[in-house]
Design a protein around this ligand. Sequence first.
Ligand code: HEC
Length: 255
Amino acid sequence: MTATPGLILFFVLTALGAGVGVTAGAKAEEARHFRLSVPPEVAESGVMAYLLPRFALKTGRRAELAGGAADAVLSAEAAGGVPVMVRDGTVYVLRLTGANDAARRFSDWLRSDVGQRTVAAYRPPQGAPFGRAPKVEATAARVIEGNVALGRAVAERHCARCHRTHDRDSSSGIGSTPSFPALRALPDWSVRFEAFFVRNPHPAFLRVEGISPPFDPASPPAILPVALTPDEAEALLAYAASVAPADLGAQIEHQ
Ligand code: HEC
């Protein structure tokens, strides 16, 4: 389903045009222009007028805001797009409709750290500011190496003692310890899982071979120590990526 044409604002960012038009014979390869459609409230917010010149400056690619047939469609309907920004609890996703290279560059730029920072830096004259897209999705889009099946096995063996490791798992874990689905719902879940072994309480009983320092002989682990290989630690991250995030509602809080 495409966005309802009636909801789309038609206008061209003439300030960006600089006399360069989309020539009739322009091919998808090496495209320097693309057509972008955005919902009315996004057009009205001015955020695109803020983002597009910065994107153009960085890449030499220009966008034309348009309705109807567009190369990239920003919408609040989550189907088939990558999250690029949020506002007032609404997640906006960007969907590419074809192979326009400039549109792909825009999608990449918008999801990059610089693009996300630019989104968050814009202060609309009215209404709520935009925020970064949930990192959850951005991270899922990047390839996480590692063996999910191995990760699950390691999690069940070593982590389920304290953590509930997936949402259908009600037998394991201890109440005060955050569950993997709950952690997975945090925007920075991947940072937490990449470095869980240096974050308390884990260094007291868990080591990743060749990475963690040895246990302090003066305070040996109080529970059966866990030794993981770097591959197992990597696999845990891949497993965490596969865990369905808990629905924590509006307030996402880490205990
Ligand atoms: C002995 C109990 C125990 C075991 C075993 C354990 N954890 Fe934890 N873990 C905790 C507790 C308690 C916290 C919460 C710490 C806090 O909030 O300060 C935690 C927090 C975390 C966090 C969040 C870290 C952060 O900074 O927010 C991650 C990720 C994590 N654990 C991963 C793992 C993985 C992966 C394993 C298995 C290899 C594991 N844990 C095994 C007790 C445990």
